[in-house]
Design a protein around this ligand. Sequence first.
Ligand code: 6R9
Length: 653
Amino acid sequence: MTTEDLLDPKVVSSAAEGPLAPLVSVEDYTRMYEASVQDPHRFWAKEGKRIDWITPFTKVKNTSFEPGNIDIRWFEDGTLNVSANCIDRHLEARGDQTAIIWEPDSPEDPALHITYRNLHRSVCRMANVLKGLGVGKGDRVVIYLPMIPEAAYAMLACARIGAIHSIVFAGFSPDALGARINGCDAKVVITADYAPRGGRKTPLKSNTDTALLHCKDDVQCLVVKRTGGQTTWTDRDHDYNALSADASVDCSPEEMSAEDPLFILYTSGSTGQPKGVVHTSGGYLVYAAMTHEVTFDYRDGDVFWCTADVGWVTGHSYIVYGPLANGATTIMFEGVPTYPDAGRFWQVCAKHKVNQFYTAPTAIRALMGAGKEWVEKHDLSDLRLLGSVGEPINPEAWNWYNEVVGKGKCPIVDTFWQTETGGHMLTPLPSTKLKPGAAQQPFFGVRPVVLEPTSGEVIEGNGVEGVLCMGDSWPGQMRTVWGDHARFEKTYFSDYKGYYFSGDGCRRDEDGDYWITGRVDDVINVSGHRMGTAEVESALVAHAKVAESAVVGYPHDVKGQGIYAYVTLMNGEEPSDALRKELETWVRTEIGPIAKPDLIQWAPGLPKTRSGKIMRRILRKIAEDDFGSLGDTSTLADPSVVDDLIENRMNRG
Ligand code: 6R9
């Protein structure tokens, strides 16, 4: 295969043709990568054609990381519709092919196979229902749904009429939902009666009602029936099932500019306030489609399964937009890895003859703990490739994934990327000689640089470590923070001028391969979910009995990182187990179950500098049960608080 061939955008050949040579060989990678960074205009001009344009673009890249002028545009004079790219253009050749396999929470319930033709009908109906509620181009729609087909319909329906969706993970609390509805001034929120997950049911509609108490009166609520369970009904509610039954199955797609926003997705940063990450239409779709095809070696006819939730960016890019843009068959799974038992993932793989399986290290570690017999019960012979995402994967989990799940014959692509990046940034390809735990090499067009953290100087050569930045833009890059472009610049472009700063540290080894070493800011990674320690702190101090709190991460066997909270109580309040439980429940309700502290330590005082800054370095060490090397403590205002914290530490070996 030549570079020219490969640059020809298409999903190639068929899985039925027997053992496959990797789509991109090692030689192709090297040559194409060089081409992509030397002449990004030429490279992306060709790749841009992998999707259909209404008005073809003539400009490819117009991007600036200049301080004071952060401006990112790709394919800016082109027009398109994302939903037409994910559905309509496949109808002729693949109308009867399954687009989405929906696997419900309970294995007792039947799976649904939704063809591209049926997807088209359902999306048009949803689009017409939204139009009927007055939603138009540029309006915001919040989606708070379980992992049901309607979540994908809602995303694509918004894209079809030019509305901007913002998905809120169904595990988030009413408060978090309300803040996101207000944050983007949404016209409609789409929810369901209940969200079944792991045999339990979350009352989404009643959560939404609570959230809406703090929102404008004119926000409307569209309710999908999932369980048929009882809900209360208010004036602003609309019954999705009734409205869609009467809606037309035709809705012509709106012509959108490449740089019109497609979605907003809130993500944690190092401040208490989550940021609304904005992705636009053209560049995002090109990048999601290309990475889905190339990284996962997706071939026509394959069944692809990404186990994420659409509430996270991984679900956006690799359950919905990337796979559907490529005309793939994608699985949407409503359940959890361990319900009804620890064989559920493997049972689903066998049942639907999954070819590519993409999950998070935290799930792998949990299933590893349950034992390999759960895997061996099921026929995984269709698996060709495994993927990992969300956090660094430890070699033990990598080896188990490789040997027990992949039987030593499936390459593992360890994909490093972020909500902000839209798609994979660093990842091995199936032809790469793999190193367990390394994200290894940049995807096409990505220019990683390692900087010295304090001076910001570029560190050249191999065998080096520093912070990970990007030297140039790529089409899937976020464009702004919703409503706050200054915050976009401050967060990502101000610490290291002229670069996009990822927030992660990395090592480039002797061979030039990249290893992510984890966040260098106050963001922790709990079960692959990003959590700002400041968010948990502000939830804790909002409790009447809490005076002060500091939250750090600590190593956790299954979750990767656990949440360790130091809490100073108000004068006169007594620590107790009951209060500890109360604070845990409090954080769950303020943010959601994923933010619940794993360990709470009562701290009579926190270690502070004379200027009042909390020395988190020390708190991290104590939480890690590694207090032998606390480093320089000479700037502490009162060194004795440290002794107390060490003595009463919660995490003992
Ligand atoms: C896609 C996603 C992003 C943060 C990122 C980094 C961590 C993601 C990783 C990884 C090591 C990998 N991360 N993938 N660390 N190896 N393969 O997870 O997006 O939720 O925004 O999180 O996750 O720390 O900065 P998001």
